[in-house]
Design a protein around this ligand. Structure first.
Ligand SMILES: [Zn+2]
Ligand SMILES: [Zn+2]
Length: 233
């Protein structure tokens, strides 16, 4: 895989990375769990697609390589503090999280399909997701984050769905993980990290703030929507 990155990807993606406002790169990419996970997924997808004469390589470039490289080159991404001039800097730690109180997720520890790696969303978030998505979250103008993510119904629903998608996608050894990142994880995390999103009032320093309320809803006039006729069911 390192050969694939050095000899293949590195030659295709020649970018201006010495001025970090445009694109950032870390020459020690292998020190970044996210970069390793994405580039490994990219390599597997390449192995599965490059022989396909019906446009496999084009598909791989557009649907796999370009979006992953965009994430890695992003000045707010995993290489934020690294650079060609400064070299690697070990600044970004795992996303800070506090474990939920006992009992909060007990109902989620029910049955799971055979072969799943994580028993529930909490274990998935603690042991995988937070390790992979290392972002600058203490200065919230960049990305918002709440260490008590489990206090936010939206985060619980999105991350639970993300865990299930991961368990499903990884069963496709070639394109599975690459698709999981691009089609599920990146868009979901973008919603959560959005400074105007569900974690708007929470910060890593001050902790969880219960400011975001349910969407206000006034009861609709009676008869406006008719319930489905139960006799038709
Ligand atoms: Zn680095
Ligand atoms: Zn919060």
């Amino acid at each position: 895989m390192a050969v694939f990155v050095e000899e293949y990807l590195g030659k295709i993606y020649q970018r201006q990375v010495s001025d970090s406002s445009e694109a950032v790169w870390c020459d020690q990419w292998w020190r970044h769990g996210e970069a390793v996970a994405r580039l490994d997924a990219l390599w597997w997808a390449w192995e599965g697609l490059h022989h396909d004469e019906r446009g496999g390589l084009s598909y791989w470039l557009l649907r796999h390589a370009d979006p992953h490289m965009k994430q890695l080159f992003d000045p707010r991404g995993p290489f934020k503090y690294c650079g060609v001039r400064n070299g690697h800097r070990d600044v970004l730690g795992p996303l800070p999280i506090e474990p939920p109180p006992d009992g909060v997720f007990d109902q989620m520890n029910g049955e799971r399909p055979d072969g799943w790696i994580y028993p529930n969303v909490v274990e998935f978030v603690e042991n995988y997701l937070c390790m992979v998505y290392r972002r600058q979250v203490t200065d919230t103008s960049d990305s918002a984050w709440c260490p008590q993510w489990w206090q936010h119904t939206e985060a619980v629903v999105r991350l639970d769905a993300l865990w299930r998608a991961w368990e499903f996608c990884r069963q496709d050894p070639q394109q599975g993980l690459s698709k999981w990142f691009l089609k599920h994880a990146d868009p979901q995390m973008e919603q959560l990290f959005n400074p105007r999103g569900p974690f708007k009032y929470c910060t890593v320093r001050a902790g969880h703030q219960s400011q975001v309320n349910l969407l206000p809803i006034t009861m609709e006039p009676s008869g406006m929507f008719t319930d489905p006729d139960p006799s038709l069911g």
